[in-house]
Ligand binder design. Structure first.
Ligand code: HEM
Length: 493
């Protein structure tokens, strides 16, 4: 009897201590409104099971509680914002350089090391400085022949779809972006690689991204035992090993190849820079692999969906497509293959507006989770305690009616006319994020997407029976559509 009482006492004491140690987290409840969800689970069950990760639930919460809200994912508080003023404070703050550990822990464990995507603030500054070299203007220009050649192959492939009715082309476009990404970042064409030919490698990347999304939503799955019981560990190990094999093969080949005498010096691609640091003893081999693994996914996943979504929206809005076509016809009077130069890309001003509007309504990365490394006070007086995640909701920032007006949900490339851009809050449009830790590849992403779209849209008219109103968005590290619209291709002359 005495033992039972003692156990109850210890249990009660531990529970009170647990609540006391988290008093600063609960203090947030007094500062920010938002949905609480269930004890210990937060909104995870509601979000995953009832709403199937639909983005519109976040919109519903924010319409109900305000543009910056507090919610709980598992036992951890999670602040979300769609308010450009708060977004600016987060992106500019030295206390919010780290991505949330709920995102980086599964990423690092899958890649077995850190790349720019996951690395912590204290090591990030130096790594970013090194990697910035690999995205300099002259290096991007040196990618133009690859962008041109791969876009030509994609246009040839799409020719086989003419007259075939509506087709789902996301996978084919992602195969294009993967080949571009691997050639430009790790200097290797994977066309002949078995795991690329049979789609294993793309499915592995896709599976890892899905697992990372689940880890962010269900923080208790970071526990190895729970993760194993959910079947996540087996899936992660399988997918990670396919990717590791491919990247290791590429790194081995680079490490063992001697430069030919008289050959052109190799460009400072991501892999060359990482190997240079490895040879100087500044980067362990595992981190070379992790950097390459993460850079490839950051490049191909984003540009692939961006091009696919732009084609989808243009198929839904034929008048805008016609304006794009006329702009392209002025530049390239005859259809077929043509070389796109950097100067040409600068002249595609309407296409750029369309691309921006696509990234506004369907941002390829819908959500960016950052973590406070110190207590951090926002201008609205809310203090975010050290270790708490603050998620910038890019999707809902881009549709915030206070900044985009009542037609925020409508497709209108004129949102990006110079006068309209000038009058808007600079953090109301953040597809590549902004501030200290923005996307390193944003110029690359815009250039390669515009170039591919120019070649496709000069050669084909795209149509679809899918309605804009029926698009439904699903939360994922990379944007997902609940139903992917089919697109029909018609040849232009
Ligand atoms: C349309 C294309 C793209 C979009 C929409 C996009 C978007 C983003 C976003 C939203 C972030 C998160 C930034 C943050 O946490 O604040 C990011 C980070 C990053 N992106 Fe991109 N991205 C694109 C293309 C690319 C390309 C082509 C590359 C590489 C070739 C790339 C490499 C990276 C890397 C390495 C990071 C992490 C940067 C750091 O932490 O220093 N991205 N991107």
């Amino acid at each position: 009897m005495l033992t039972l009482e003692l156990l109850l006492f210890v249990g009660l004491f531990s529970w009170i201590y647990f609540l006391w140690s988290r008093r600063r987290l609960y203090g947030l409840l007094l500062q920010l409104p938002g949905p609480m969800g269930l004890p210990l689970l937060g909104i995870a069950v509601e979000y995953l099971i009832f709403y199937k990760r639909k983005m519109k639930i976040r919109t519903k919460y924010m319409d109900q509680y305000g543009s910056t809200i507090l919610t709980w994912l598992g036992p951890m508080p999670f602040i979300m914002t769609r308010d450009p003023k708060i977004v600016e404070e987060v992106f500019m703050s030295p206390e919010c350089i780290n991505r949330s550990s709920q995102f980086t822990i599964p990423l690092t464990s899958s890649a077995k090391g850190d790349g720019l995507l996951s690395i912590e603030a204290n090591r990030w500054i130096e790594r970013r400085k090194h990697m910035n070299h690999t995205f300099r203007h002259n290096i991007l220009l040196s990618f133009l022949p690859i962008f041109n050649a791969e876009a030509k192959s994609l246009v040839t492939f799409l020719g086989t779809q003419v007259g075939q009715g509506e087709k789902k082309i996301l996978n084919d476009i992602v195969r294009w972006s993967f080949r571009v990404a691997t050639q430009t970042t790790v200097g290797t064409d994977v066309k002949q690689d078995k795991s690329f030919e049979n789609d294993t490698i793309l499915k592995s990347y896709e599976s890892l991204l899905h697992l990372i999304t689940m880890n962010v939503m269900l923080p208790f799955t970071h526990n190895k035992i729970i993760s194993t019981l959910c079947g996540f560990e087996e899936k992660r190990a399988g997918s990670a090993s396919h990717i590791e094999k491919m990247i290791d093969k590429i790194i081995d080949k680079k490490l063992n190849s001697k430069p030919e005498s008289g050959a052109e010096p190799e460009i400072t691609s991501v892999i060359n820079k990482a190997i240079e640091l490895y040879r100087k003893g500044e980067l362990p081999l595992g981190e070379v692999r992790a950097e390459c693994t993460m850079m490839v996914v950051a490049a191909f996943e984003t540009t692939g969906v961006t091009v696919c979504h732009t084609l989808t929206l243009l198929a839904m809005f034929p008048e805008c497509q016609q304006t794009v076509f006329e702009e392209l016809k002025d530049l390239y009077p005859t259809a077929g293959d043509f070389e796109v130069t950097y100067e040409d890309v600068q002249k595609m001003v309407y296409l750029e507006r369309v691309l921006n509007e696509t990234l506004r309504l369907i941002p390829s990365v819908p959500f960016v989770p950052r973590e406070a490394t110190q207590d951090f006070r926002l201008s609205n007086g809310v203090v975010i305690p050290k270790g708490v995640t603050i998620g910038v909701d890019i999707f809902n920032t881009h549709r915030n009616k206070e900044f985009w007006g009542p037609d925020a949900d409508k497709f209108n490339p004129d949102h990006f006319l110079p006068d309209n851009v000038r009058d808007r809050h600079p953090y109301a449009y953040i597809p590549f994020s902004k501030g200290r830790r923005n996307c390193i590849g944003w110029k690359y992403g815009m250039m390669s997407s515009k170039l591919a779209l120019a070649k496709i849209l000069r050669n084909y008219k795209v149509t679809t029976s899918f309605r804009f109103e029926d698009l439904d968005f699903v939360d994922n590290v990379g944007m997902e559509l609940a139903l992917s619209p089919g697109i029909e291709f018609h040849r232009r002359t």
